[in-house]
Each structure stands twice: as C-alpha cells, then as structure tokens.
Design a protein around this ligand. Structure first.
Ligand code: ZN
Ligand code: ZN
Length: 340
C-alpha cells in the first residue's frame, strides 16, 4: 500500500510502498476512503512539540473508511462498517480520566499519526475501542475533517459552556474555526470571527458569524471590547499573539479556551486582571468518542457544513505548504480511489 512517511523531522514526506498493516488483538484494519489533513500533522512531521514522535512514521488522524479486517477478540459485525480513526488512538481505560469519560487526558494514551502510524495511507490499523462509527448520513469526505477539526471545535464550545446570547470570539477562522463558528451559533452564541485572511473571514460570515474582524487591518481587542467584550474567546490560531489578544478581548467573567498549539510558546497572563475580572482559562484537547458521535449526529441532521477540498495522497507535501501559507480556505482531505 502507499503511505506518506516522515523519514526525518523537517524533511518532505516520502510516499512509500509499505505492507498493508495486519490488525493485532483488539484492533481493526480500515481501508481509507478519506483522510483529513490537520495542522497538527505538520507539527508532527516537524517534531515541533516537546514530546516527539519517532521517525519513520505515517501521519494522519482524520481517517475514515470501511473496516476490512478485524483482529482477535473483535466482533466481525464491524466488517464493512464505516469508522473514523481519531487522534486518540487508544487510552488505558482504567485511570481516573478514562473512567470519568475524559479519555483524552489519559497519560497512557497512544496517538494516531504520532506515537503509532496514522491515516495518510491506503490502510491503517486502530484500536477497535477507539474508532467511532460514521452514520450513513455523513459522507466519508465530510466525516474526515469532522474527526479532528469538528471534534476539537465542538469540544471547545462545549467546555466553555456557552449559553444563548453570550458573545463568543473565535480566533482563527480556517479549518477548525469554520466549524467552531457553527457550533457557537448552534448553542445560541453571537459570534465574532477573527483572522488575517479575508477569504476565511468571508467563509466565517457565510457560515453564520455575526461579526468578522481582520486582525491585519484592525485591532481585534479594540473591536471586540467596543461591542462589550467577549464572554468566551476560543483560540484556534497558531500565532502566539492571538492568545494574548483573545485574553484581552474578554469581558469580566470571561472564559478563555486555548486550543491552538503553537511551537515553543508561552503566554503571559496578568494576575491582577485575571483575579479581579474572574477570568477562567481552559485548555481543550480534542474530545471523547461520545463527543465525536455527537458531532456526526449533528452533521447527519444537517446542522453543520464542512468546507474542504480534495487532494491525493501524493500531494501531501504541497498540501502541507498550502496549509502553512494559509491558502487552503478551510480543510484539505486526501481522497483514495485505489483499492490495494
Ligand atoms: Zn488534528
Ligand atoms: Zn487512562
């Protein structure tokens, strides 16, 4: 099978011919129909984060397709069913985070396309307990970006506990942001989208953002504060500056939700303003299997729209460049037609 392989950090990925992976005990083998490209794949391929993957490895954690084989102990009922392979490849199932339905916090977790081979390949294997069924009403093409971008955006809005008529600022209106705008709207928020790319702001507006701010030409803090300040600011951008701006755009009692993961970044939070303003700072990392099922259910019911463009596996390096240059309007999805 063909797979996009990171051979060394910072080098272009190589399209290699690898043996089709065989599912081990408790695993399923999935033939990829669609596999999304997430900014975090680029961080993985560059070794940007403190805990690094070990090359060679296959990137990708938005893989969708039918189950083509099952390992020992897995029900054959799964064969032929479409599933999504998310970032959380497996978790221990017994720690306090796992048993309380917060498995993305598990310290024993394995991550698809990071600590194990991922989905930028014609086939992938995954833990049968970690994959999520894709309902018939959701195409594989749409399901792929929902598996990380959708899940991440949904969870960020959920942990912020947005209630109707609250003002929600979404910093970063691209792949994750275009979905965050929709989830914030779904729960009744007034949404301001902030970005530096006019195309992405246009997209956010089309998808229901009430206001848009181009941070290249206007100060988002001033614009948002002029309108009363944000009750919730969700930061999906990877520019460290956006985090400070999001903090300063909050009104008293505001919640700052950190989602984007810039390389080697820290943020300075003023203690005085945080205490007096009753500000809450929340880190939000992907979501659970239950969250992903909810994301799929909302999409199947026609409540969300996925904006994505199709690419081939052998375009993975140019696709990375498109994402880095901000040229992709929202999400890129590798589609597979070959059957190996
Ligand atoms: Zn991702
Ligand atoms: Zn655990």
């Amino acid at each position: 099978m063909k797979a996009a392989v990171v051979t060394d950090f910072g080098k272009p990925l190589e399209i290699q011919d690898l043996p089709v992976p065989v599912p081990g005990p408790g695993q399923v083998q999935v033939r990829m129909a669609a596999s999304g490209l997430c900014h975090n794949d680029i961080h993985a391929a560059r070794g940007d984060w403190p805990v690094k993957p070990r090359p060679p490895f296959v990137t990708g954690h938005e893989g969708v397709g039918p189950v083509t084989a099952v390992g020992a102990g897995v029900s054959s009922d799964l064969l032929g069913r479409r599933v999504a392979i998310p970032w959380l490849g497996s978790s221990c199932g017994t720690c306090k985070h796992c048993v309380s339905g917060r498995e993305p916090l598990c310290e024993q977790q394995v991550n698809s396309g990071y600590s194990v081979d991922g989905c930028h390949a014609e086939y992938a294997v995954a833990d049968a307990g970690a994959v999520v069924r894709v309902p018939d009403g959701v195409t594989s093409f749409d399901a792929a970006p929902l598996t990380c971008a959708g899940l991440t955006a949904y969870k960020a809005v959920k942990v912020a506990q947005v209630v109707p008529a609250e003002h929600v600022a979404v910093f970063g209106a691209g792949g994750v942001g275009h979905l965050a705008v929709q989830y914030a709207r779904l729960v009744g928020g007034f949404v301001t989208a902030v970005d530096v790319e006019p195309d992405k702001l246009g997209l956010a507006h089309r998808l229901g953002a009430d206001e848009v701010v181009n941070a290249r030409t206007h100060d988002p803090v001033e614009e948002i504060r002029k309108a009363g300040g944000a009750d919730v600011a969700v930061v999906l951008a990877t520019a460290p500056r956006a985090f400070e701006q999001a903090y300063r755009s909050l009104s008293r009692g505001g919640r700052l939700v950190l989602v984007g993961l810039p390389a080697d970044a820290a943020m300075n939070i003023p203690i005085f303003e945080t205490v007096l303003g009753g500000i809450t700072v929340i880190g939000s990392i992907v979501g659970t299997r239950q969250d992903l099922s909810e994301v799929f259910a909302l999409h199947a019911a026609g409540r969300t729209q996925v904006v994505a463009e199709s690419r081939r596996l052998d375009q993975v390096n140019e696709s990375f460049e498109e994402v880095l240059a901000g040229r992709a309007e929202a999400r890129l999805v590798l589609e597979f037609s070959t059957q190996v």
